[in-house]
Write a protein that binds this ligand. Structure first.
Ligand SMILES: Nc1ncnc2c1ncn2[C@@H]1O[C@H](COP(=O)(O)OP(=O)(O)OP(=O)(O)O)[C@@H](O)[C@H]1O
Ligand SMILES: [Mg+2]
Length: 283
């Protein structure tokens, strides 16, 4: 799945009531399965941009297109995946979510596609695109649960649940049955198979972050967003966590967008994008 941003704008209202432009990104594309590092100074809008892409925040204007047409090696047909991406079976308020989602699914073959002038005709293919900015908040939550794995700088694990339960919980918001075998596979991959039943408080910080990586991959997301995922770790744990994020993203064929201010981390990614160049509102 690829992600494309067009004319994306977001302002915050500051304490004095004045609107401050934070994001003004004319264009950005993350290719199917591509791994990109995002760098930029503090306050340049990195977290805000990831929140917009994840649908945690809504932009003031612009488009964020998730293109399921160019999936390679996906188990299900792209169109089915796109449809499933926002259908709400088992997630309640079905009518609202499906109705809103349906209007945001762009069928390239329909006459309406001709008004989508932010994509060149050459890039249009038979398939479906979802514009997350057109979804309701509830539909964005469903979409995120199914398609996006988010890794925060600090882990945000639930303290009352074990490592395994935290990963299983990551599966419980999608309306799909949870998959304990996959959860155990992931925890094995991150080297914590002997810590399945430990709660976060009994794990080291690096181990907690590895559980968070496993949780982000729990739903086999199409996109992994990581916001300074190694920021709280020593260099050895940081390298381990970066390697895991990259390897597991590749294993499920997810695209990866990873924010890091640490050049030893970001320089390892095949493409590095500077937010100062991407974002007209930065600095
Ligand atoms: N809820 C908010 N209300 C008002 N302004 C905000 C809000 N959240 C963020 N900002 C402002 O938006 C700008 C971008 O914030 P953001 O958190 O995206 O930066 P960042 O690049 O992730 O920084 P860092 O590297 O320090 O994490 C900052 O100037 C910040 O003060
Ligand atoms: Mg940030």
């Amino acid at each position: 799945m690829s992600v494309e941003l067009f004319q994306l704008k977001k302002r915050y209202v500051g304490p004095d009531g004045a609107a401050v432009p934070v994001i003004d990104v004319p264009e950005f594309r993350l290719g199917d399965g591509e791994q990109v590092g995002l760098i930029g100074g503090s306050g340049t809008g990195k977290t805000t941009l990831l929140h917009l892409i994840a649908g945690i925040l809504a932009p003031d204007s612009g488009r964020i297109l998730f293109d399921f047409a160019d999936e390679s090696g996906s188990a299900s047909a792209p169109a089915d995946r796109a449809k499933a991406a926002t259908s709400a079976d088992g997630a309640g308020t079905v009518d609202t979510i499906t109705a809103t989602a349906a209007s945001s699914v762009i069928d390239y073959r329909s006459p309406a596609a001709s008004v989508i002038n932010y994509r060149s005709a050459a890039t249009l293919s038979a398939g479906r695109v979802i514009d997350i900015t057109q979804l309701s908040e509830a539909a964005r939550d469903v979409f995120r649960g199914r398609n996006i794995g988010y890794i925060f700088q600090t882990h945000h694990l639930l303290p009352g649940f074990t490592a395994l339960e935290n990963v299983l919980l990551g599966m419980s918001f999608t309306g799909r049955p949870s998959d304990p075998a996959w959860a155990k596979h992931l925890l094995n991959e991150v080297g914590l198979v002997d810590r399945l039943h430990y709660r976060p408080g009994k794990l080291s910080v690096g181990q907690q972050q590895r559980v968070a990586v496993a949780r982000a991959l729990a739903n086999r997301p199409r996109l992994v967003l990581a916001d300074e995922p190694t920021g709280a770790l020593d260099p050895k744990s940081a390298q381990q966590v970066l390697d895991l994020i990259r390897r597991l993203s590749a294993e499920v064929n997810a695209s990866l967008l990873l924010v890091s201010h640490d050049p030893t981390i970001s320089s390892q990614l095949p493409r590095v994008v500077s937010l100062a160049e991407l974002n007209r509102a930065a600095g």
